[in-house]
Write a protein that binds this ligand. Structure first.
Ligand code: 5GP
Ligand code: ZN
Length: 114
């Protein structure tokens, strides 16, 4: 997807502040952090929304969670805990249409989310 912001990060056209990378996912710091640590974990393959996952692509979501847990360890808050979020479409608050897992850590999170 040539006009997708996160695909441009995966391809290296735009250089994010990368904290983790493997063959299937890339993780980088959110430009507008909502917690002391706010990282986005994205699949290298373009999938627009959770609704577009299928049996062939759904496995990458597990890899995204594994990456989030690894970044939480790196950042030093895996035992205190953290929040992971995936927003879908308008009511979910999705603004970038390449699926991503938000990893938020370093403070106590509220519930329910807004
Ligand atoms: P969504 O609202 O789709 O769940 O999350 C999109 C996230 O992407 C937001 O938290 C927003 O701050 C982040 N974001 C938008 N543009 C950029 C960018 O150019 N670089 C980085 N690192 N994050 C971005
Ligand atoms: Zn994309």
């Amino acid at each position: 997807m040539t006009d997708c912001l996160f695909c441009k990060m995966v391809s290296g056209e735009i250089k994010p502040d990368t904290v983790y990378e493997d063959d299937e996912v890339l993780a980088f710091r959110d430009i507008n952090p909502q917690a002391p640590t706010h990282v986005l974990v994205v699949p290298k393959q373009h999938v627009a929304t959770i609704n577009d996952l299928d049996a062939g692509t759904a496995g990458v979501v597990g890899r995204m969670l594994l990456a989030a847990a690894e970044v939480a360890r790196q950042e030093g808050f895996s035992e205190q805990g953290y929040r992971t979020v995936m927003n879908c479409n308008e009511h979910g608050g999705q603004t970038v249409f390449h699926i991503h897992l938000h990893l938020l850590g370093g403070r106590i999170m509220g519930w329910p989310p807004g």
